[in-house]
Design a protein around this ligand. Structure first.
Ligand code: BG6
Length: 504
């Protein structure tokens, strides 16, 4: 792979958790693979009054603590490229100092003006930092390109997202803005496109004539951990569905793009989002739940309302399940179901394409075969793909049993799967925005969810169902799935284990 051009990366919020746990690891991994530019520097920006040395020591510790297969020598070489600049990023006056610092680093290292500004800060600063940068000309590309990376949340609802976008676009061009959705950086998520569009066998079946329904799950076994304060104002719908699950839906449902360039691909996602039918019957088509205290494998776990930073009477959902339709020629009438939740039995993300049954049953079927043919696109863990189909049970007669054909990424033992941040950072460094969320898609996602967010906020008749921590969410969500005998899949950690209620 071609290495990116020489550049400087400025991380705002560099003393925070994301930098320590994710960003620095990702940069280090890229460095070890010789994928960083020949000349580069990373400047951490934050309120802490760290010296360069202190910042380097902290980041070296972080790499040792959170990284795998690290080498002390490589760590030292890598952290020598790190610097720290202490400012209050809300203060516009402080930016002239940052500019001077940047310019002198560029001069010392012989790097042009190519710069990435990464906002790893609380969202209140998304309106402020880009403006402050622009006010001192740090968005101008005369001496090299300038790019801005923003982490979610992009707004809190449709209106605030529009405002945020207007404020960004007033000073930065859309093609300079890279909105991270870390799901798009996952190898297995990108593989959805490859599975669909590099094989002739799936695409002819990938439509309303052959697909019965589509199921998308992102389950987590952990609770809100130390993020109660943030989560309380967000909830599962904003935290996972508005971004990750709808982006997955976009990739599963899109038409083949004309090419893999950023605009062609993102135009196709956008068309899917434009075709999402608004959810009108929120009562029955959007189910919310909240985990309750319970005992898992002999250990008591707290209910959501007892977590730190959470209102003891909170109605914030830690589980959300939706049924929706995509009104276009390919998907007319095919229900899509998605669910996500915290404190479910296991951590697993996957999409399942449930194919229609045969038009006539010739053989004795053991199972209800309305959904015997399934293609499971496993995103994590045990990354891979599973196809389920009927086979003859050996012996007399023609009895059919369901069997699995599976591929596991771990079988490609020579291949290291890069983390999402590695992939997304290198893409931004190369100027490739294909795997970043475009403004229009973000707005459409908010617009689609607006009726649900509104009803959940304003209609007290819509219950927040309690579910014991460690279970698959509220029972009411089982009724979402249309069709006699059909239920959600209950996936386990291992791709091929199912049909059992695992991990309890
Ligand atoms: C984040 C959410 O975007 O995704 C978290 O804010 C969630 O609440 C996380 O835990 C899940 O990501 P992953 O990669 O572990 O599935």
């Amino acid at each position: 792979m071609k290495r990116p051009e020489n550049q400087i990366i400025v991380i705002f919020g560099a003393s925070g958790d994301l930098t320590k746990r994710m960003l620095i690891q990702a940069f280090y991994n890229l460095y070890v693979q010789n994928l960083l530019p020949d000349k580069f520097a990373i400047i951490g920006v934050g309120r802490s009054s760290y010296s360069d040395e202190k910042f380097r020591d902290l980041m070296a510790d972080a790499i040792k603590n959170f990284g795998k297969d690290t080498s002390p020598e490589q760590i030292t070489n890598f952290v020598n490229n790190l610097h720290f600049y202490s400012i209050d990023s809300a203060d516009p006056v402080a930016y002239s100092g940052l500019l001077i610092n940047l310019n002198s680093l560029r001069e010392n290292l012989g790097i042009s003006g190519n710069t990435i500004f990464y906002l790893s800060t609380p969202p209140v600063l998304y309106n402020v930092i880009p403006k402050n940068l622009a006010a001192c000309g740090l968005n101008i590309e005369e001496d090299g390109w300038k790019r801005l990376i923003i982490e979610k949340p992009f707004g809190y609802d449709y209106e605030s997202a529009v405002k945020l976008n207007e404020s960004l676009c007033g000073v930065w061009r859309e093609d300079q803005i890279y909105r991270i959705d870390h799901y798009l950086g996952k190898e297995t998520v990108q593989n959805i496109l490859v599975t669909r569009f590099s094989n002739g066998i799936f695409e002819p079946l990938w439509n309303r004539n052959y697909v019965h329904h589509v199921e998308i799950t992102a389950a987590e076994d952990l609770g809100v951990e130390n993020r109660g304060g943030y989560y309380e104002g967000a909830g599962a719908l904003r935290d996972m569905v508005q971004n990750h699950l709808l982006q997955l839906t976009g990739l599963i449902a899109m038409e083949p793009p004309s090419s893999m360039d950023s605009n062609s691909l993102r135009n196709e996602t956008m068309k899917v989002f434009q075709s999402l039918r608004p959810i009108r019957d929120v009562h029955n088509e959007a189910i919310r739940g909240q985990y309750l205290t319970s005992t898992i494998r002999g250990k008591k776990v707290l209910g959501y309302r007892e977590e730190n930073g959470v209102n003891p009477e909170s109605k914030t959902e830690t589980y959300a399940a939706l049924k929706f339709y995509i009104d276009n020629w390919r998907w007319g009438g095919v229900p899509f179901y998605c669910r996500t939740g915290k404190r479910l039995p296991t951590r697993v993300s996957e999409a399942v394409i449930h194919f229609r049954p045969t038009p006539h049953y010739l053989f004795a079927q053991k199972d209800n075969c309305d959904s015997c043919n399934q293609l499971v696109l496993r995103i994590q863990p045990d990354e891979g793909i599973l196809l389920k189909f009927g086979m003859k049970t050996p012996g007399a007669g023609f009895e059919v049993q369901n069997v699995n054909m599976d591929f596991h990424y771990s079988d490609l033992s020579h291949q290291k799967i890069p983390t999402s941040y590695e992939r997304l950072l290198i893409d931004c460094m190369q100027g490739d925005s294909t795997l970043f969320a475009r403004a229009d898609a973000v707005m459409s996602a908010w617009k689609f969810l607006a009726p649900v967010l509104d009803e959940w906020k304003n209609n007290n008749d819509i219950p927040v169902f309690g579910y014991p921590a460690g279970t698959w969410g509220p029972e009411k969500a089982d009724n979402l799935i249309e069709g006699a005998g059909l239920t959600w899949r209950y996936p386990c950690k291992n791709l091929t284990d199912d049909g059992i209620y695992c991990e309890l």
